[in-house]
Design a protein around this ligand. Sequence first.
Ligand SMILES: Nc1ncnc2c1ncn2[C@@H]1O[C@H](COP(=O)(O)OP(=O)(O)OP(=O)(O)O)[C@@H](O)[C@H]1O
Ligand SMILES: [Mg+2]
Length: 181
Amino acid sequence: MIQLSSAGKRYGHKLLFENADWLITPESRVGLVGANGTGKSTIMKILAGSESLDYGAISRAKGISTGYLPQDGLTLTGRTIFAECMSVFAELDAIEKEMESLTRSMSELDHEGPEYSNVADRYQKLEHEFVARDGYTLEAQVASRRLEAPDGRILRRLADAHRPRQASVAEAQPAAARRAH
Ligand SMILES: Nc1ncnc2c1ncn2[C@@H]1O[C@H](COP(=O)(O)OP(=O)(O)OP(=O)(O)O)[C@@H](O)[C@H]1O
Ligand SMILES: [Mg+2]
């Protein structure tokens, strides 16, 4: 949950918004629509914590973390969006690979030997971590939680697949706005 209360922001003499109240609840998917230059990106940066308010308050549920996918300055990596999403979870991937290699070792080692119990301990520790971080359901979550933009690009709330209490803020530019840039 993220909440703005009586929030206001100005840049110099330009007041972007004032007395804004906004409650974003868990699992909600929200969009912000407004004319160019009216402060949409600024609010998103405030929600993501990279900009601060001049008035009012922002509060976040304990344990929540936010991500921000900016509107400009992105570079293409040549990877698919699905692969790009999955790359966030490279650490989990590394754990999974090590678990596979430990499984192979366990099948080859003498079950009574000291080396086996070291390998088995390590496996158990990794598996505990993997389960705690939803490793087994990750791919399904990434596939099911995507949002498809009108021009076919697929956006998704990256952090949701990782931790249920995270939020992310993604900026989707409509085709018309992109042409104007
Ligand atoms: N760091 C900054 N310092 C001063 N002015 C800023 C800064 N960031 C944004 N602004 C100004 O604040 C206004 C709102 O900017 P913002 O980028 O939030 O608008 P936006 O609604 O996202 O616009 P767009 O539709 O073009 O994406 C603009 O006039 C912009 O020039
Ligand atoms: Mg913007």
